[in-house]
Design a protein. Sequence first.
Length: 229
Amino acid sequence: MTPAILTAMGLEKTYPSLSFGEPGVELFRDLSLEVAAGEMVAIVGESGVGKSSLLHLLAALDSPTSGEIFCNGKPIAHLSAKQAAAYRNQDIGYVWQFHYLLPEFTALENIALPLLARGVSHADAVSKAATWLARVELSGRAHHRSGELSGGEQQRVSIARALVTQPRVLLADEPTGDLDGPTAERVFALLQTLQREYALAAVLVTHNLEFASRCDRVLRLKQGRLAPA
């Protein structure tokens, strides 16, 4: 059996009440998850149940109230801000529903940014960014800024930016949610092809049940826990 790359054990997350004396809001209760290398797990569930919040915990963008998260054997649930930033730069590729490309930079420059943040030389960062632009079939758009790209092209650039650092884990939060049907299909197919090619441990949050069914496992988040859908 392939060992888990990403593991969550006994996660609980409670947000304090905004009203004095009122109990907090419990989002997760004894939630556990394991994702192996090369496996894509889809997380489905109603709006507001905490799917995006779960990805935030896995990416160390937030900390659980209790429980632990391990990535490649390293505990990451309670990192300092500096440690969390390094973890995301080294181990995590994150694709959001919105592309979050910096509008003043070109597609090539946006992809190179995570490498520059890591301390890679400008020449090497640009070279690797160009390779990834080719992987997402956008070499001809290298010097276009984000506002000059279509929605599907923007999301393909964001996928290249997420994977240029060669992470072990891919987290994708409704990556096709803002795209029309044919474009969404192309972006999902590209994302899954790259995930399998690089044997990434992937967690996909989606409302698209057809895309979810094409993943290795589908889990439903309900009442603070994950269960097979």
